[in-house]
Design a protein around this ligand. Structure first.
Ligand code: SAH
Length: 400
């Protein structure tokens, strides 16, 4: 593959030119007169309608836009050195994470928050995982790999996830890029607990790093002596932290069959007796009905649904249905129990999320107090001028 990217001059609409000048990092489609002819991976010299240079970006078509701004400096060339500067700067911001032996999994590079939209890099105990969000950024793979290798002090191996439509071409590979192959599960630590990570087995590796502070809060301040229901539990990461914090019992519910073995594994590598926990493979919405019928109730209910979910019987959209989900949870939450409500939907903010809470409690005739709030942890750096990048919202709600 050739290393040099094509560079073209392009005039954008005044509205986009003004946004870019302010530092908005995303190239939205409607800021362009025409985008069909733009080829992924092309460098754009962006100019305002008057022809004045505004910045350089790259074409990378993804759901968020058609590309990203890279620099406002006309003299800067987009090459290995450019990427190395960005990565080196990102590493400086994660110094404390590298130095903390209790946590060996964190985000090293967070897209536009670190100056390159469309690319994230995660660290899992000396292995690096690159996630490419468009064919456009993937076109810079060689330079970015070289830049990463020069920027980090050492590493064992590099893996990648192509999070763009590969039209089935890459299904057979195991996402290995270079260095040593890992032995999976790779055991990493988070605030002293263990997680089993698989870098070679599909899009999801076993844990969502952005919930680190929420898990710690549950373990350190909320779990002791409590019965905990963890819905949409995936590999049971919240359950592990609840159990580690002395929960009386955890119940994990997810409809994916793999969640049973995955959750069992996470408990076992943490020395938690699986026999004392419930792991249920079931549709969450059926579980709520079942729990109500059996008059089950919990001291803590964790809600962390995907933004959209379609199962055989139900469709769930967090923007439309979160209030109802909360009402289902409230109905089986003990008096003075706690609901942990989380959403990663970028289309609404914290204010709107709180209106869902208000409505759900009003309709359930229960009072509540919000005791804690979380957004992304500091390794998930965001750009102040790209709010959608700051997607995570988590509330700890005391149900009276
Ligand atoms: N809370 C998890 C991450 C959730 S990922 C964590 O902290 O690690 C979303 C999960 O929701 C997936 O595992 C998916 O299988 C599950 N899921 C989606 N729709 C569901 C439904 N209707 N019932 C139960 N689980 C569902």
């Amino acid at each position: 593959m050739k290393c040099m990217q094509k560079e073209i001059d392009i005039k954008v609409k005044d509205s986009l030119a003004q946004d870019l000048q302010k530092g908005v990092p995303v190239l939205l489609k409607d800021g362009f007169h025409e985008t069909d002819s733009l080829v992924d991976g092309t460098i754009l010299k962006l100019r305002n309608p008057g022809g004045k240079f505004i910045g350089k970006g790259y074409v990378g078509k993804q759901n968020k836009g058609i590309g990203w701004l890279l620099t406002k400096n006309e003299a800067e060339t987009i090459d290995t050195g450019f990427f190395q500067n960005k990565i080196t700067n990102a590493l400086k911001h994660r110094k404390d994470y590298y130095e903390n032996d209790d946590t060996t999994a964190f985000r090293v590079f967070n897209g536009e928050g670190d100056g390159i939209g469309g690319l994230t890099i995660d660290y899992f105990d000396e292995f690096y995982l690159l996630s490419w969000y468009s064919e456009g950024i993937y076109a810079f793979k060689e330079q970015i790999l070289k830049a990463l290798e020069s920027a980090v002090p050492s590493y064992k191996g590099i893996y990648e996830k192509k999070r763009f439509d590969t039209k089935g071409q890459y299904l057979e590979d195991d996402d290995f890029v270079k260095g040593e192959r890992g032995e999976f599960p790779l055991l990493v630590k988070e605030n002293g607990e263990n997680f089993a990570i698989y870098l070679n087995d599909g899009a999801m590796v076993g844990v969502f790093l952005d919930q680190r502070e929420v898990r710690k809060k549950i373990r350190d301040e909320y779990a002791k002596g409590k019965t905990v229901l963890n819905t949409f539990s995936y590999t049971g990461a919240f359950s592990v932290f609840a159990a580690a914090g002395g929960a009386k019992k955890t119940t994990s519910v997810d409809l994916a069959k793999r969640s049973l073995s995955k959750t069992t594994e996470q408990f076992e590598i943490n020395g938690i007796n699986v026999e004392e926990q419930d792991i249920i493979v079931m549709d969450v919405f059926d579980y709520f009905k079942y729990a109500k019928r059996k008059e089950l109730s919990f001291d803590m209910v964790i809600l962390d649904p995907p933004s959209f979910a379609r199962s055989k019987k139900y469709t769930f959209s967090s923007a439309k249905d979160y209030t109802k989900l909360l009402m289902d949870a409230i109905a089986i939450t003990e008096k003075n129990g706690v609901i942990v409500a989380s959403t990663n939907n970028a289309t609404f903010g914290m204010k709107k999320f709180k209106t869902f809470v208000e409505k759900a409690f009003n309709e359930s005739n229960r009072k509540y107090v919000i005791e804690d709030e979380f957004s992304l942890p500091s390794d998930f750096r965001t750009s102040p001028l790209f709010k959608e990048g700051n997607y995570l919202k988590v509330l700890f709600i005391r149900a009276k």
